[in-house]
Write a protein that binds this ligand. Sequence first.
Ligand SMILES: [Zn+2]
Ligand SMILES: [Zn+2]
Length: 187
Amino acid sequence: MRLIIQPIMVNGNKILEDISFIIPTLLTVFKFEKDSVIINKPISEIPKHLFDGKRNQYQSDHLLSWLQQTLQPSNGTKLLAVCAFDAYFGNYNFCFGEAIIGGRVAAVYLRRLLPQDGIDDNKLRTLLQDRLIKEAIHELGHTFGLRHCSLGSCIMYKSKTILDTDNKRREFCKTCICALANSIGSL
Ligand SMILES: [Zn+2]
Ligand SMILES: [Zn+2]
């Protein structure tokens, strides 16, 4: 299994300069082939129809479809978009991320992962990086067929607030790790 990471930074909106720090964790957790993880050049423009001007948010489900059609990840490849903007889908006010369950495409949205002001830059960066890693594991977990877990400490627990994300661990619970191992093993 290969992984393509696709940064998307519209309107010059950079939140993180370098996201390569997430690679080692994702390699270990999902057993991606060594040296098969690549970070694409950032996309700086995406079609206007993906943006909901009334809500000032991107439409996550439309973005996933667009990524699927445009980048066409092949069988055996997962595509993770890391997006420097806010998005939503369905009836939700916002989402931290979204993925096609058992599919090839996932996205995480950095805007709501940003810590509030009032902490120093180093702590802010560390916290943002931790949140991004957790959301990336969660969304990629969905692409391996996993659904939400009721255990608050499990990475597949659905975060309703950023506190949920901060409170959960980077790990899967026993049930979810078995499901993941089965999914990876059957590929
Ligand atoms: Zn989820
Ligand atoms: Zn679980």
